[in-house]
Write a protein that binds this ligand. Structure first.
Ligand SMILES: Nc1ncnc2c1ncn2[C@@H]1O[C@H](COP(=O)(O)OP(=O)(O)OP(=O)(O)O)[C@@H](O)[C@H]1O
Ligand SMILES: [Mg+2]
Length: 455
């Protein structure tokens, strides 16, 4: 393979600035911070790859899991034919007659073409000229009415924005053709909130609109998932977690959820955000997928004396405990390393607001207490005497690993059990979730509640 290179820019500061240069060879990926970038005081690629630690080139050997440093790999949707985002970009590559070889060649083209303006603070471009041109292009400022003609108007809207993008939207309709993961679109709406109009994502300097992620229901595979996600967000907000604004909407009879993005500033700048997966995988080659370690490991990473992941370690560990407790109580089962992120706000790094708290255990294929491999306090492991570590023992052990006293643990349990007091009734009242799924979820919830109150 010919060596490849790209440039990384960011909008973390008052204006877009170049962060550094990426090079990928057959065996390595290499990243070098630009001379002077450290002086900006801005965050770099990620918390582990901090500019102050890496004055020379960062070199990482490529392997079957990562061709790129994890914070950059996060910009390439996984190689799955079921991934909606990937299918959209592939369609786009085809549209511009770009023939790519399967594998890394395709990933690379996805990265340099759609790795800017995406989630988070990193913008990847093929060259500085393209970066400068992209930043200089103002966004289309208008919002259009989102009505029954959604399919049509969105199509027209995308074409009006950018001829290239028109084709992407052909994939959308009442039943998106790409199954599997939840279809998502990045859009913007009026700053004051959902009013039935949508626009394209903001660019630098935009202040009248706010960015959203529009999640669309995939009713064939996950009937009722949108109202479930809404319920998950509601309960987390009631429990006192920071939850972004969201609006349940109907598009041509299809349920959708518009969720405000917290990785953008009011002026179209970006906010530093990095998933726990990216952080842990940057630090260790043993992290190869988004559930390949325990919650206890996240806690020990938070405690790492050499890398400051958060400003307030004790608070972060308590957050982690409460997120896990509420995930279990609500039947989420999906609190994996990519569903937890660190975010910087007012010069403080902490866990980000809540996203993706959908009670996935309602669907039998996802009915697991935690993602496979992600245990806490050695839950389920075998003791020396051949017995297995039970739920209560594991939870007490986990809490101890977090440095959290029993009394604080019990306070959290009491508080969160109270918040979910009427959770069974709220599941019952959902309108799109099939009866069988409701029953399962209610039983799961009651079972965990019993386990927690009898701890
Ligand atoms: N409100 C938000 N603000 C900023 N970033 C967000 C927000 N919600 C989600 N994200 C980012 O988008 C990613 C995907 O969103 P989410 O986890 O809600 O969907 P998902 O169905 O799990 O999608 P995927 O299948 O791609 O993981 C998240 O991992 C997170 O990085
Ligand atoms: Mg997710």
């Amino acid at each position: 393979m010919k060596d490849r290179s790209a440039v990384i820019w960011t909008r973390l500061g008052p204006q877009p600035v170049k962060m550094g240069t990426l090079a990928v060879t057959d065996i390595e990926c290499r990243f070098t911070y630009d001379e002077g970038y450290t002086d900006t005081g801005l965050r770099g690629l990620g918390l582990v790859y901090a500019p102050e630690f890496f004055t020379s080139t960062i070199v990482r050997e490529r392997n079957e899991y990562f061709d790129l440093m994890p914070p950059l790999q996060a910009l390439v949707p996984p190689r799955s034919e079921h991934n909606f985002q990937r299918a959209l970009v592939l369609k786009y590559l085809k549209q511009i007659n770009l023939d790519t070889q399967p594998g890394f060649d395709t990933d690379w083209n996805i990265l340099i073409r759609s790795g800017h303006g995406a989630i988070g603070h990193l913008d990847v471009f093929e060259s500085d000229e393209i970066a400068i041109q992209w930043y200089a292009t103002p966004s289309k400022k208008g919002l259009i009415e989102l009505d029954d003609e959604f399919g049509f108007s969105l199509k027209e809207f995308m074409a009006w924005f950018d001829d290239d993008a028109g084709i992407l939207i052909d994939l959308l309709g009442p039943t998106p053709t790409v199954g599997g993961a939840i279809p998502k679109l990045m859009l913007s709406i009026a700053q004051s909130g959902w009013d039935g109009r949508i626009g394209l994502p903001t660019r630098f300097g935009d202040t009248d609109r706010t960015d959203i992620i529009l999640k669309l229901e995939n009713n064939a595979q996950y009937p009722g998932i949108i109202e479930l996600e809404q319920l998950g967000l509601e309960v987390h907000r009631e429990a006192g977690f920071d939850v972004p604004r969201y609006w349940p909407v109907k598009i041509k009879g299809l349920a959708a959820l518009a969720i405000e993005r917290f990785d953008r500033t009011r002026t179209g700048g970006t906010v530093f955000m990095e998933s726990v997966y990216s952080v842990l995988a940057s630090g260790s080659n043993e992290i190869t997928n988004h559930y390949s370690t325990s919650y206890d490991h996240i806690a020990s990473a938070i405690d790492n004396p050499y890398v400051g992941l958060v400003n307030d370690r004790a608070k972060a560990k308590h957050h982690l405990l409460e997120r896990l407790l509420l995930a279990m109580l609500t039947g989420n089962g999906d609190l994996h390393l990519e569903n937890l992120s660190f975010l910087e706000k007012n010069n403080e790094t902490a866990f980000s607001p809540v996203y993706d708290p959908t009670p996935m255990r309602a669907y039998s294929i996802h009915n697991e207490l935690t993602p496979p491999g992600m245990s806490f306090g050695h839950y389920g492991d075998m003791n020396d005497d051949g017995s297995f570590i039970d739920f209560s023992t594991a939870l007490l052990h986990f809490s101890k690993n977090l440095g959290i006293t029993r009394s604080i643990l019990f306070d959290s349990i009491e508080r969160l059990v109270k918040v979910t007091d009427d959770y069974d009734k709220r599941i019952e009242a959902l309108s799109a979730l099939p009866k069988e799924n409701k029953l399962n979820l209610i039983n799961i919830h009651l079972d965990i509640k019993n386990k927690l109150v009898s701890l």
